[in-house]
Design a protein around this ligand. Structure first.
Ligand code: SAH
Length: 347
């Protein structure tokens, strides 16, 4: 008999299963609290009767994220983790320190199917979706390692969260549950390359999370070249979904725009972007593109970034250039795992 993942269950589901197996409902809540604290074995649930712990171990397992490697930036307090899942798959998370607290950027999939031209994750292909428990595991393991509470979460690591929709919804429910880690939705951001049908679905959930959309181009000609997903849902359809999301939730949309020298960073691009976003409650995050091995893209010159920012500002579009953290530890998406696997292959 295969074991069931106990950590992906909501307190209600756990209670129901316990009652069905003739166990006490309050033991379900106790178990849930232990799981939310990140315990890695049933034996560690010291206030549960031994017989119950044994019974649980016969039926369930606890997915974990084990620290495989850890890289600390010497430039700032950024820490990058490479986590190993129970089946040996590796994912990355990045823990960042800001004045208002700790933010963790977690992965939602092992690899990614989206294949954006500038992104390291896509270059290694797609292995599998992460379970809700494995997303929780990244937060818990980083929290335990850092020894402080993590107050903000961004789903902006490896993978496309809306391509793993059901597990991501479950993760959001668990991480924000009051009996659990109790991280408020307002402290969570979800970043998508633009899976439009799921943006509409998410809008109906009444979550107060921030939707971050990886736009990276002002028009279809450039965006389709950089991001294959644009051939399925174009810029107009994507922005329409964003406006709908905003109207349903009242939450300002955040747009990511990686500036790539000579590709999407001209004054005309900035003006076109401003025209398309005009009047929408949003914020544009300009990011100097990180160069990735095997990709021809390089950063825009600083003056060009400033010009881009100015053009948006003059047109009334809210924008900032994102501060780069952990520049010395390859802190961005997918780069670390790739390098680690290449090194391992050479040993
Ligand atoms: N799949 C989701 C979340 C993961 S990627 C998404 O596409 O939004 C997180 C962010 O990093 C996205 O905005 C992505 O476009 C961006 N990104 C990926 N590779 C990058 C690179 N080389 N330089 C700058 N940003 C990059």
């Amino acid at each position: 008999m295969s074991l069931t993942d106990i950590k992906s269950m909501t307190p209600e589901e756990l209670k129901e299963r316990f009652v069905r197996s003739g166990l006490k409902p309050y033991h379900a809540l106790q178990t849930y609290r232990w799981l939310s604290r990140g315990v890695e074995s049933f034996d560690a649930m010291s206030d549960l009767p031994k017989q119950l712990r044994e019974q649980l171990a016969g039926e369930y397992y606890i997915p974990c994220a084990a620290v495989e490697r850890k890289y600390c930036s010497r430039l700032d307090d950024t820490v990058k983790y490479l986590f190993r899942m129970n089946d040996g798959q590796l994912v990355e998370s990045v823990l960042m320190s800001y004045r208002h607290g700790r933010t963790i950027c977690i992965s939602s999939q092992v690899g990614c199917k989206m294949n954006c031209d500038f992104c390291a994750t896509g270059k290694s292909g797609f292995a599998r979706n992460l379970l809700a428990s494995e997303m929780l595991g990244q937060v818990q393991a980083a929290q335990a390692d850092a020894g402080t509470r993590i107050s903000n979460i961004v789903l902006m690591g490896m993978g496309e969260p809306l391509d793993n929709y059901e597990n991501v919804l479950r993760f959001l429910t668990l991480i924000s549950s009051e009996e659990g880690m109790n991280v408020g939705m307002r402290h969570i951001s979800l970043s998508t390359c633009g899976i439009v049908d799921k943006i509409y679905d998410l809008a109906e959930k009444d979550f107060q999370l921030t939707l971050s959309v990886s736009l990276h181009a002002p028009n279809d000609a450039i965006r389709s070249r950089l991001m294959p997903v644009n051939r399925r849902w174009n810029v107009e359809e994507l922005l329409k979904a964003c406006r709908y999301y905003l109207s349903r939730t009242g939450r300002r949309i955040s747009f990511e725009y990686a500036l790539i020298g000579g590709v999407n960073d001209s004054r005309e691009c900035a003006a076109e972007l401003a025209a398309r976003l005009k009047g929408m409650l949003c914020h544009v995050n300009l990011i100097p593109v990180n160069s990735v091995e095997g990709s021809p893209f390089s950063r825009s010159a600083p003056e060009r970034m400033q010009q881009f920012l100015r053009t948006l500002g003059e047109a009334g579009v809210n924008a900032t250039v994102r501060r780069t953290l952990g520049a010395d530890i390859d802190a961005s998406c997918g780069q670390l795992r790739r390098r680690y696997e290449e090194e391992a292959a050479h040993v």
